[in-house]
Design a protein around this ligand. Structure first.
Ligand code: THU
Length: 124
């Protein structure tokens, strides 16, 4: 479902929620003004958060690259970090479209030394 007329690089992402084991999918949605574009991962996060799910156990990313895995961009890593499961980390599965090979890693591995807001007076 990706809308990617500028890059022709279609990406899909899936999230598994901690509560209720719900599945949320997302695709990249590009824009002629460029900066309003949103990645597949953040589309999926937006859908889930709007439905009241804020804790994710697994994120999957698949793009139309036949030979390579596609890893989340830096902005998506930070967004996912905001919504880790209660266990404190998130599984990251990167697959090729053929689903013949899956790279399994952890969010903490691909986002070491993540930003943390120590004065969290504004967070709940
Ligand atoms: N893209 C994603 O959807 N997820 C990522 O983690 C990396 C990049 C999209 C953004 C843009 O629509 C296209 O891939 C090319 O950068």
């Amino acid at each position: 479902m990706a809308y990617c007329p500028y890059s022709n690089f279609a990406v899909g992402s899936t999230l598994l929620t901690e509560q209720d084991s719900r599945i949320y999918t997302g695709c990249n949605i590009e824009n002629s003004a460029m900066s309003p574009a949103i990645c597949a991962e953040r589309t999926a996060v937006s859908k889930a958060v709007c439905d009241g799910y804020r804790k994710f156990k697994v994120v999957v990313v698949v793009a139309e690259q036949q030979q390579e895995f596609t890893a989340p961009c830096g902005v998506c890593r930070q967004t996912l970090n905001e919504f880790r499961s209660s266990s404190g980390d998130m599984d990251v599965y990167l697959s090729r479209p053929a689903m013949d090979l899956v790279l399994c890693t952890k969010l903490s591995h691909i986002l070491p030394l993540s930003f943390k807001l120590h004065n969290n007076a504004f967070c709940n």
